[in-house]
Write a protein that binds this ligand. Structure first.
Ligand code: HSE
Length: 410
């Protein structure tokens, strides 16, 4: 077996993880030839001879045919990836922000130079979403993808719900466990999930959607009051990323929104830093992918899988194309909105208000209307927006009745 020499950019949580895995598994035949880092003053858990601060020690090394880019800075990551591809090197990246922002040019460059550009780790860590969409779901029958694609926010919401831990403490714990981005605003404001669903949407539907078309609301406004409301109604709150098409294959939604998840729903099982993705199809209803989406070794596992794919010249085929999409149709949705009366929009302009109630602590409306109008009216930290789960409620009722039947039979 021929040894694969790799040049590694970054030695953070994931970079160090992949280094340790390769140390422990020499049988994989992968050797880290050079590691480029930004901060040479930091103590590193690897021989100092491997490290350099000069990107050219990898980019100009003819013995390195594969660059593994695991740095945090999306702009620097883009420069490295583009330069490496143009130098005829294959690239593996986990930088979802960089990939989401620059996918077409990166794919075009990789194709022009006949090299691989792989990024399984960028979407849901260890869960093989991209490769499954590319290989198994490569037909035109997918109707939607929906699920939990950010481990940090799922960890925070799970702990707020189950352990009644305040938001700030739960966020700190997610950071300590290495789940959060170095700028955790990307997690809690929903942008990390938005980048992931934007990438997945290319592989599912061939649609590369403008970032401004993604409806994004994070979890920063979610309070104990909202958690309590969810508990009383038998729901949990999850940050759900969705993209869907109509019967003509036209994109109807791409979004990241806090959502009430009812009992017996598969995503209800997805807790802590786990990710869970439902892939909906015309023939299959839904299939569920579940696993660890963040953290050192789960992410390293996806990088390792890409390294292995590289060894047999695997390349994504993008069978559905990479069509730039600047407009997405709208859907109707029902949402819970908690707001401060002094800064509230006129909800009757947005849709039909079914309920309005106020307590000493909160004002809440339940509104049905255009999802785009609702999300744009509820921007900012002072308004909490949580979507009700109508779109596939019929299926969930079926699950619920099945469960009841099972209890009855037993
Ligand atoms: N911050 C990300 C998350 C890391 O919490 O999911 C994995 O992409």
């Amino acid at each position: 077996m021929q040894t694969v020499n790799i040049g590694l950019f970054g030695f953070g949580v994931v970079g160090e993880g992949i280094y340790h895995v390769l140390q422990q598994k020499p049988q994989l035949g992968v050797r880290i030839q050079r590691i480029v880092i930004k901060h040479p003053e930091k103590n590193r858990n690897a021989p100092s001879v491997l490290f350099s601060t000069d990107a050219n020690t990898i980019l100009q090394d003819a013995d390195i045919a594969l660059v593994v880019e695991l740095i945090d800075d999306a702009d620097a990551a883009f420069d490295i990836a583009l330069h490496a591809l143009r130098s005829g090197k294959s690239v593996i990246s986990a930088n979802k922000k960089m990939i989401a922002a620059h996918l077409p040019i990166l794919v075009e460059t990789a194709r022009a130079h006949e090299v691989s550009f792989l990024y399984e780790a960028a979407v849901c860590g260890s869960v093989p979403v991209i490769r499954n969409l590319e290989e198994y779901f490569d037909n035109d029958l997918i109707t939607h993808i929906t699920g939990i694609v950010n481990g940090s926010t799922n960890f925070i919401l799970t702990h707020m719900h189950k352990k009644s831990i305040p938001y700030s403490t739960a966020l700190q714990q997610a950071q300590e466990k290495g789940y959060a981005e170095s700028n955790p605003a990307l997690d809690v404001e929903g942008w990390d999930a938005a980048n992931k669903i934007r990438i997945a949407c290319v592989h599912a539907f061939g649609a590369y959607v403008d970032a401004k078309c993604i409806l994004v609301k994070g979890i920063t406004a979610i309070s104990d009051f909202d958690i309590q409301y969810a508990k009383e109604k038998g729901y949990v709150i999850k940050l759900i990323a969705t993209c869907s098409v109509d019967a003509d294959g036209v994109l109807t939604e791409i979004s990241v929104l806090p959502t009430f998840i009812p009992r017996y729903h598969p995503l209800r099982l997805t807790n802590d830093a786990f990710n869970g993705i439902l892939i909906g199809g015309q023939l299959t209803d839904e299939q569920f992918l579940y696993g660890k989406g963040a953290g050192r070794y789960p992410t390293a596992s996806a990088v390792l899988s890409d390294i292995s794919a590289y060894t047999y010249q695997y390349r994504y085929a993008y069978k559905k194309g990479i069509q730039k999409v600047h407009e997405v149709r709208d859907v109707k949705a029902t949402c819970y909105i908690r707001f401060q009366p002094q800064s509230a929009p006129d909800f009757s302009q947005i849709g039909e208000v079914h309920e309005y109630y106020r307590t000493a602590k909160a004002h809440v409306v339940i509104v049905t209307g255009s999802l785009q109008a609702i999300v744009s009216a509820c921007a900012g930290n002072h308004i909490s927006l949580i979507r009700f789960p109508e779109p596939v409620a019929a299926q969930w009722k079926t699950l619920e009745s099945l469960q009841e039947e099972a209890v009855y039979v037993s």
